[in-house]
Write a protein that binds this ligand. Structure first.
Ligand SMILES: Cc1ncc(COP(=O)(O)O)c(CNc2co[nH]c2=O)c1O
Length: 404
């Protein structure tokens, strides 16, 4: 059944406004997605009706807050096909990756070991591993890209060796939109004896994720990329690994017993959830997860493919525009350069026309260096964008070019 985009858009209040005197055309979804009313209501409802601290409840409000919090965890576990004790609630992708880097990488690696990433990675999936290498003597190996901006999987297989202890790769590139065949690469990594982490930040909002099908040991993502609140996310970890890993953030909630001589840890998932969590954010993410699961995700993906197809076709026909990253398998990200214009100027001139995009290195400085560019202008689409908005992007770009 085809998607009723207007009915979908009606659920996202932020879209229905003017900016700089023009109707908002929000095309910065790779940075963060907008929130449906049900998510906004869930957060507001928590504060309005049951706001209290969770776990070890001793009263009605805390009981109900805990129930909502743990129901969200159960929904997230089902969303990625994991057990609830394998779902660690975090601030987001960055925190999830740091947890694995600190509690597994820093604990287990030594000189001579290697960590294998790809040239597409976001800083969140580069710098934590650099830190591990600096402290353990391990070395970072980087899988190069093909001309079209996709990961060179042949090179990946060649870089894999008995020295590879951790493989960390993004499922979707935030800067180019390239989709990496993570299940294939994870299988090869596991056969080589490496632990595997997948950065799913740019995947979860676009299509269903099944961590069993991918086969990875860890999977990190952020709520704000899948129509949920900011400051909340998930790290999936295989139970046997999480059980064997020490925590790196300690304090309340994550303990079983504390004495001045020694402390013992709480059971999973709480061992890795110190302090008071982002309760409202988690409840909001639970609402986003349930909402997304109620949508026809095939229809959503088909619509997004149509948006990208239209944007790519118009970009190829636009004189002086160079697409950066044209992989055969992409999600709705269009990174480009406009002859004679710095990306920042293009972004500013588009904003003056109500079109919101992102410009710069997109937290992928090494990638931009390898591409020999300072950055790009990036339009990124989501389920509530329309084909008319794609047209408006290029109408606005024609105006930008007339100013140059
Ligand atoms: C692939 C990828 N990994 C990790 C992160 C970090 O996620 P966070 O912990 O929720 O911040 C991002 C955020 N990407 C972007 C954030 O703003 N523009 C972006 O492209 C990302 O796209």
């Amino acid at each position: 059944m085809s998607l009723d985009v207007n009915a979908l858009r009606a659920q996202f209040p932020v879209l229905h406004q003017e900016v700089n005197g023009k109707p908002l055309v929000y095309l910065d979804n790779a940075a963060t997605t907008q929130k449906p009313q049900v998510v906004i209501d869930a957060v507001s409802e928590y504060y309005r009706t049951v706001n209290s601290n969770v776990h070890r409840a001793a009263h009605y409000l805390s009981d109900h807050a805990t129930a909502g919090f743990e129901a969200a965890r159960a929904d997230l576990a089902a969303f990625i096909n994991a057990a609830r004790e394998e779902v660690i609630l975090t601030k987001g992708t960055t925190e999830g990756i740091n947890l694995v880097a600190q509690c597994l990488g820093r604990e287990r690696l030594q000189a001579g070991d290697e960590i294998l990433i790809t040239a597409l990675e976001h800083h969140a999936n580069i710098v934590p591993w650099q830190q591990v290498c600096e402290r353990t003597g391990a070395t970072l190996q980087v899988t190069p890209l093909r001309e079209d901006g996709s990961v060179d999987t042949d090179a990946f297989h060649q870089l894999l060796s008995e020295r590879t202890r951790i493989v960390a790769l993004s499922q979707v590139s935030n800067s180019l939109g390239s989709v990496t065949p993570v299940a294939e690469l994870v299988k090869a990594a596991r056969e080589a004896g490496a632990w595997t982490l997948v950065d799913g930040a740019q995947a979860v909002g676009h299509y269903p994720v099944d961590v069993q099908q991918i086969g990875c040991d860890f999977y990190a993502f952020s709520g704000h990329k899948m129509f949920g609140p900011t400051g909340v996310g998930v790290l999936f970890g295989r139970r046997e690994l999480l059980d064997a890993m020490p925590p790196y953030q300690t304090g309340g909630e994550m303990i079983e017993t504390v004495s001045f001589e020694k402390s013992t840890w709480n059971q999973l998932p709480y061992k890795f959830e110190p302090g008071t969590p982002n309760i409202a954010g988690v409840i909001g993410l639970g609402a986003a997860t349930r909402w997304l699961q109620q949508q026809d995700r095939t229809a959503l993906a088909t619509h997004e493919d149509a948006l990208l197809a239209s944007a790519s076709e118009q970009a190829r026909a636009f004189d002086g525009l160079k697409i950066i990253g044209d992989a055969a398998t992409k999600v709705g990200v269009l990174s480009f350069l406009l002859d004679g214009a710095h990306p920042a100027d293009v972004g500013t001139l588009l904003d003056q026309q109500g079109v919101a995009v992102r410009t710069g290195h997109h937290c992928c400085m090494p990638l931009m260096d390898r591409l020999g560019i300072p950055g790009t202008t990036r339009a990124s689409f989501s389920i509530y964008n329309t084909l008319e908005e794609v047209d408006q992007l290029f109408q606005a770009l024609h105006k930008v070019r007339s100013f140059l």
